[in-house]
Design a protein. Structure first.
Ligand SMILES: [Zn+2]
Length: 780
């Protein structure tokens, strides 16, 4: 390995030396010819300056050029001849071609020495130079155009813009005319030199076309035809190259070939892409910052163009079934916000009326009844309204996850949250249990709406699991329309600060040890055992936009993680995933239900959250940041990872509704579903999930077919049992493409699913170079 590196280094060294040698050869060859050429130019210039009336300035110019020239000629080490010295007014294209192909310099033309003097030289851009040659018929002198070319090329073709042209001359020719205001020019020297007679008349009038050329300019004009017989530089070697030289040329060839291979080139050249038939100046873009989404998902739109009628017809012919009675699962909703605000208000009022003397809370050393709590807040049941409840997200919550979290407090009071929205309070969460049951019965009444409620386990102590399980069991919280997910708030730093935990491992232990215990021996936690049958997923929640320390290879292990900082998202995700993976293997081996990893990811924050969950998660909530990473978006598409998206929630927190990528993802065929996230804070109606669909359908013009496809996706993504899925979307739902569809259940036409399936297979074959092996069944 080492010798190989040394060889490589030696090869590079030899190559570099060869290039240097070849450059030297080339240099020496051209040197004599250039010298000759330069002398000719010098002679010609002397001739002109003698005939001029303004000898002073011209001589000065001559001196300058000589001085420069001498300096250059003495510099033997210069690797390439500086031809700009000689061809000060060569037009741009020639200049770009380098020193070898030099022509187009009018022989009698005074040299424009501003080019050699720092800033002014830099301003002479090639484009302007060629522009000056485009108009050979303009009466102005070539020298004037050369000056003009230094600045203001944008106005070259728009002579009407006199003010700008004036400016141009003022910059290059400070003392141009007596009736012009004295303006400063950064390039003082250039002004002095440019104080020649050449363009003064132009400057005064400001109109290039109206001027009468003065004698000197006319003299130059008369010489213009000499463009044609200008001395051309011929430097191609006449002698046969020596073997050494041939060797050098071969190395140079290789260098050029290497460059060809390495340097970026467009696959289709601009001139092949665009044929220009209009010779006039290209029109400026009147609105350069206008955004129009790029031609996205053309295949889907093409499919719609061809088949939308057939799809609609197929839906019409599916008896009984329509959007209202296809099953749709709210794939992402937090339990403590699962009721809408009106529902919570009604519940609080009824409790205040029916159970005013129930002791509900222990505060400041005393037990308080519900009535006393409201008295302490100076509130009566009659005062309460939705506005006073103030749990709804508003403008103040946008990009403020902290303020959004505060909205969980009814009337801004944490004690009301504790009484009504917590399950581990003085009344053992009885009120929350009751309101949950009401929500369950609403769901059951709707029959076709299901929900997966996410409920928190914090990892502060191991008994949390048993508390929650007993709350579920004692309140008989069970519904055919509901399954549960456990959400773990990423709050290590908070517990660490409070002294509840010493290391990150404590949290992992508190979360996973009870689960392993109950899996190994169900008798150890019987209530938890029955509750776990209803738990289908594990979630990670918190504000993803919080700054976090980027994960590195060398991070402390969880038991070494004793510092005060919160681990990064990926750290949480990995350890939850890894422990859950082991747990699931164990549960599977015992014939128990498994728990899928379904975290919040890509709602905000770094893109690496989505990379992490791509590798670890069954499906995710949100994923709106996939819009920022085409590669990850494509990967999520290919893997058909479910996205439980909540555009109304995003609209309250992180992303305006009209910017939400949901419609784009849907068109592209990502596995997307609609979910409510937090009905308490976000939705206004009794059916928050239908509200979510309704707004999406209106804003994004989703058809009935689209809505039914999204509803079908939601069942796919959900953790409901195989039996229920079979019943809801068809007995062969697990098969890919149209084979897995039953339009009588889903109201999704086969045409739509066949289209999705074909496009997806094409993409898979593309990525696997035609060798993709695609199983007939979807991923488990
Ligand atoms: Zn959420």
């Amino acid at each position: 390995m080492d010798t190989y590196t040394v060889h490589l280094a030696m090869a590079a060294l030899v190559g570099a030396s060869l290039v240097a040698v070849s450059a030297y050869y080339m240099h020496r060859k051209t040197l004599s010819q250039l010298l000759e050429f330069a002398k000719t130019v010098e002679r010609e210039r002397e001739d002109i300056s003698e005939g001029e009336s303004l000898q002073h300035s011209m001589k000065r110019r001559g001196q300058l050029s000589r001085r420069k020239g001498n300096g250059y000629y003495r510099r033997g080490s210069a690797s390439l001849p500086d031809v700009t010295v000689i061809s000060g007014v060569i037009d741009g294209e020639e200049k770009r071609n380098g020193p070898i192909h030099v022509d187009g310099i009018p022989a009698g033309l005074p040299r424009l020495h501003t080019l050699h003097e720092g800033k002014s030289g830099g301003r002479g851009t090639p484009v302007k130079r060629s522009a000056s040659l485009i108009r050979p018929t303009t009466p102005k002198s070539p020298s004037a155009s050369a000056f003009e070319s230094i600045e203001g090329s944008d106005d070259e073709d728009d002579i009407i813009d006199n003010s700008k042209l004036d400016d141009t001359y003022l910059h290059t020719n400070g003392n141009a005319g007596p009736n012009l205001p004295d303006r400063s020019n950064a390039n003082g020297e250039a002004i002095q030199i440019a104080a020649s007679s050449m363009i003064r008349t132009h400057s005064i009038s400001g109109d290039l076309h109206g001027v009468q050329p003065d004698p000197i300019a006319a003299d130059i004009l008369r010489k213009e035809p000499e463009h044609e017989n200008f001395a051309r530089l011929k430097i191609s070697p006449s002698e046969v190259p020596s073997p050494d030289e041939v060797e050098v040329y071969v190395v140079l060839q290789e260098c050029l070939e290497m460059r060809k291979r390495y340097v970026f080139k467009e696959a289709v050249a601009p001139w092949e892409k665009e044929v220009i038939s209009d010779p006039s100046t290209p029109k400026p873009n009147p609105n350069p910052f206008f955004y129009a989404s790029e031609g996205k998902s053309d295949k889907f739109n093409l499919h719609l163009m061809l088949n939308v009628d057939k799809e609609f017809l197929a839906q019409k012919s599916a008896p009984h079934r329509d959007f209202y009675n296809v099953r749709k699962v709210d794939t992402h909703v937090h339990h403590s916000a699962c009721m809408n605000q009106k529902h919570l208000l009604r519940f609080i009022k009824s409790k205040l009326r029916k159970e005013p003397d129930e002791v509900v809370i222990f505060r400041d050393g005393t037990y308080l009844t519900l009535k006393e709590v409201f008295e302490s807040l100076d509130l009566t049941g009659y005062d309460l309204n939705v506005d006073l409840l103030d749990v709804h997200a508003d403008k103040s919550t946008f990009h403020r996850f902290d303020k959004f979290n505060l909205k969980y407090n009814p009337c801004g009071q944490s004690r009301l949250r504790e009484i009504f929205l917590k399950q581990d309070n003085l009344i053992q969460g009885r009120f929350l249990g009751e309101v949950t049951k009401q929500v369950f019965s609403d769901l059951a009444a709707s029959k076709y709406q299901m929900a997966e409620y996410r409920i928190s386990i914090y990892g502060r102590k191991q008994s949390e699991w048993d508390q929650m399980a007993s709350w579920i069991v004692n309140n008989e919280l069970y519904s055919e329309n509901v399954v549960w997910l456990i959400q773990i708030p990423r709050l290590y730093n908070v517990y660490k600060e409070m002294g509840i935990v010493t290391s990150f491992q404590n949290i992992l232990d508190n979360i996973f040890i009870p689960l392993f215990e109950v899996t190994v021996d169900p008798d150890s936690h019987p209530q938890l055992h029955v509750f776990l049958k209803q738990i289908v997923g594990l979630d990670l929640v918190d504000d993803e936009s919080k700054p976090e320390r980027r994960p590195t290879k060398h991070m402390p292990t969880p038991d070494q993680w004793t510092n005060v900082f919160n681990p990064a998202f990926s750290y949480y995700a990995y350890y939850c995933y890894a422990n859950l993976y082991t747990l699931n293997k164990l549960r599977e081996s015992k014939g128990m239900t498994t728990i899928k990893f379904r975290p919040h990811s890509g709602e905000a924050g770094d893109i690496d959250h989505l990379a992490t969950t791509f590798l670890t998660a069954h499906n995710i909530a949100h994923g709106i940041n996939l819009r920022k990473s085409p590669v990850l978006q494509y990967l999520y598409y290919l893997a058909q990872i479910g996205l439980a998206m909540s555009p109304l929630s995003n609209n309250s927190l992180f992303l305006d509704y009209h910017r939400n990528p949901f419609p784009m993802f849907f068109l592209r065929g990502l596995n997307v579903s609609l979910s409510t996230d937090d009905p308490l804070q976000i939705h206004l109606t009794k059916e928050p999930l239908v509200e979510e669909y309704s707004v999406a359908a209106s804003v994004w013009k989703l058809s009935s077919c689209d809505l039914c496809e999204i509803a079908r996706n939601s069942v796919y993504q959900s953790g409901f049992s195989h039996a229920l899925k079979s019943h809801w979307i068809g007995t062969e739902y697990y098969k890919r493409g149209p084979a897995g569809n039953n339009i009588h259940r889903t109201n999704v036409p086969h045409i739509r699913l066949e289209f999705r399936d074909r496009i997806w297979r094409e993409e898979m074959q593309l990525v696997y170079l035609g060798k993709a092996i695609i199983p007939e069944e979807v991923d488990k």
